[in-house]
Design a protein around this ligand. Structure first.
Ligand SMILES: Cc1ncc(C[n+]2csc(CCOP(=O)(O)OP(=O)(O)O)c2C)c(N)n1
Ligand SMILES: [Mg+2]
Length: 348
């Protein structure tokens, strides 16, 4: 940010004290308040993600997949879905940031990760945050890689048959793109021109398998043409780009049929808490990628543009720590599910 000195003495002090707002317009459909709220969210979800990892190392969280490095893709696309107001989401296991920004509280998140009573997704019966959050129009029913694609396409078919306006958004990884089920889902969606937007969060790894060992193309989005719908490649570390691409994708899905947006992201942490990525990832490349960390870059950009103020940023950081501490204590003290409920919700 460059600060403009004012020529006249009395006014110059005022001019220098004020942030110099970036004259470039806000992204289509967004207000400054939206962007400030995203800063609050990105700081909170990162603090939560880090705490969950730490609780795993303390033996209190059995397993976790981190969204660190995926936040811009998840929050930018969610923002577009929320602005649209008529989307139904099928995220996958790496979408903690999305689920929290959609309204899940830190206490609920920690209950789920610690496997305690009150887990809103599955009552602590499944992988953390796996199940359904119907009030927020979210289903993530399985960790079977690529299963969400066929499920979401089925949902989109239902919406089309009912004649409603819903656009279904399905999130998946680059590894899922190599599954046969992905081909079936995309082909079916294209034939029936279903209102579904496919979002690939490409972090270049499927656990330890690098992208070049599982596909012979550099862009998953290139495959869209083969199905008969458009595909776009987006910098998944750029939150505004992810917002705008999703906005266009939703519009296309509703008017014409499927679209695929590939967001190139980074996976800053190992695949899950059970994985040791030192055996297969180049540390230098990973460290270099951290300069593009969306949880740092996005708030910094908003500060630079005068949209976020330093006191707001300080407050968001302090509030995030307060909420994460509260959630940890709350879930730690919570009871496990009552054993007598073990057969609830099961077809037996
Ligand atoms: C059908 C199936 N095969 C294998 C696995 C084991 N597995 C879990 S996650 C994963 C990698 C998926 O990678 P990607 O789709 O790129 O998502 P990312 O974890 O990188 O976000 C694999 C192979 C599984 N859950 N389901
Ligand atoms: Mg991947």
């Amino acid at each position: 940010m460059t600060q403009q000195a004012n020529a006249t003495g009395a006014d110059s002090a005022i001019a220098i004290a004020q942030p110099n707002p970036d004259p470039s317009p806000l992204p289509d459909g967004l207000t400054a308040a939206d962007l400030v709220e995203v800063c609050r969210q990105i700081i909170l979800v990162r603090a939560m993600d880090e705490r969950i990892w730490m609780m795993n190392r303390q033996g209190k969280v059995p397993i976790a997949a981190s969204s660190q490095g995926h936040e811009a893709a998840e929050l930018g696309s969610l923002l577009a879905a929320q602005k649209d107001g008529d989307c139904f989401l099928f995220p996958y296991y790496r979408d903690l940031a999305l689920k929290m920004a959609a309204g899940l509280t830190p206490r609920q998140v920690m209950l789920s990760f610690m496997g305690k009573e009150g887990d809103p997704y599955s009552g602590a019966r499944q992988f953390p945050l796996q199940g359904a959050d119907l009030p927020r129009r979210i289903i993530q029913i399985s960790n079977v890689v690529a299963a969400g694609l066929t499920q979401s396409v089925g949902y989109a078919l239902g919406c089309k048959m009912l004649g409603d306006d819903t656009v279904t958004i399905c999130y998946f990884g680059d590894g899922a793109a190599s599954q046969g089920e992905t081909h079936e889902a995309m082909n079916f969606a294209a034939i029936h021109r279903l209102p579904v937007l496919f979002i690939c969060e490409n972090n270049k790894y499927a656990i330890s398998t690098p992208q070049e060992a599982q596909m012979a193309v550099s862009d998953v989005a290139a495959r869209a043409e083969g199905y008969g719908f458009p595909g776009f490649v987006i910098d998944g570390l750029d939150l505004i780009a992810c917002y705008e691409a999703t906005r266009r994708g939703i519009d296309h899905a509703r008017r014409t049929g499927p679209a695929l947006v590939e967001m190139k992201v980074e996976r800053f942490m190992p695949h899950t808490t059970d994985d040791d990525d030192r055996r297969y990832r180049d540390r230098e490349a990973l460290d270099a990628a951290r300069q593009y960390d969306p949880a740092a870059v996005f708030p910094a950009q908003m500060l630079e543009r005068g949209i976020l103020t330093p006191p707001q940023l300080d407050e968001f950081r302090a509030d995030a720590q307060r909420q994460v501490n509260d959630a940890t204590d709350f879930a730690d003290a919570a009871a496990p599910p009552d054993a007598a409920t073990i057969y609830d919700h099961l077809y037996i």
